[in-house]
Ligand binder design. Structure first.
Ligand code: 5GP
Length: 205
């Protein structure tokens, strides 16, 4: 076990805000011994190109529920018609080794983590603006105007939960959003209360 435990960073935000891309950027810029991304378990079917154990651990509903009963999940939630959850053992192992862990999870899951592990850091990723989000959704050309409006109203209700988070990042420019998120991670590692005894010892103070 490392002397200093890693920190748990919980990242949420509306779909289309670019959480996944930001997380990839954070991992790209970081040493695997310093930062790890938790791979969730889900009952959703894999999408084209998704790999079991990489994007998600794909499970049947029975397997998922067994895991819940076993107490193997740090949190879980039903999102749309599927279950999603965070395997506890991996997160604990990394935190014990002094590695920070990112959970990219929905708002309900994040609020469950806030109850069980209030010391975690909660970050909300925002799309640049509702107008840009509307343009993005419309521009894809895959969604009907009604579907676009539905997504936008869902986004509005999700953004209302931002008050339960510690930090926010606006994803208007990807590299800047990654840098902003890294700045939050760094600041969280410069809290006097977390390092005070070591600092006093090192400086003989
Ligand atoms: P998707 O099916 O598009 O990959 O993800 C749908 C939603 O589930 C996203 O908001 C994602 O953040 C959330 N999600 C993914 N993994 C987990 C998890 O382990 N726990 C919870 N609570 N939500 C998750």
């Amino acid at each position: 076990m490392s002397e200093k435990r890693g920190k748990l960073f919980v990242i949420s935000g509306p779909s289309g805000a670019g959480k996944g891309t930001i997380c990839k950027g954070l991992l790209r810029d970081s040493d695997p011994s310093k930062l790890a991304l938790s791979v969730s378990m889900t009952t959703r079917k894999p999408r084209t190109g998704e790999v079991d154990g990489v994007n998600y651990f794909f499970k049947t509903k029975e397997e998922f529920m067994q895991e819940v009963e076993r107490g193997g999940l740090l949190e879980y939630a039903a999102v749309y018609e599927n279950y999603y959850g965070t395997p506890k053992a991996y997160v604990e192992e990394k935190l014990d080794a002094g590695t920070d862990v990112i959970l990219e999870i929905d708002i309900q899951g994040a609020m469950n983590v806030k109850k069980s592990r209030p010391e975690s850091v909660f970050i909300f990723i925002l799309p640049p603006s509702m107008d840009v989000l509307r343009e993005r959704l419309t521009g894809r050309g895959t969604e009907t105007p009604e579907a676009v409006e539905l997504r936008l109203s869902k986004t509005r209700s999700e953004v209302a939960h931002i008050k339960d988070y510690d930090y926010y990042v606006v994803n208007d420019d990807l590299e800047r959003a990654i840098a902003d998120t890294e700045a939050i991670f760094n600041a969280e590692h410069r809290k006097v209360k977390d390092g005070v005894s070591e600092i006093l010892k090192n400086y003989g103070a």
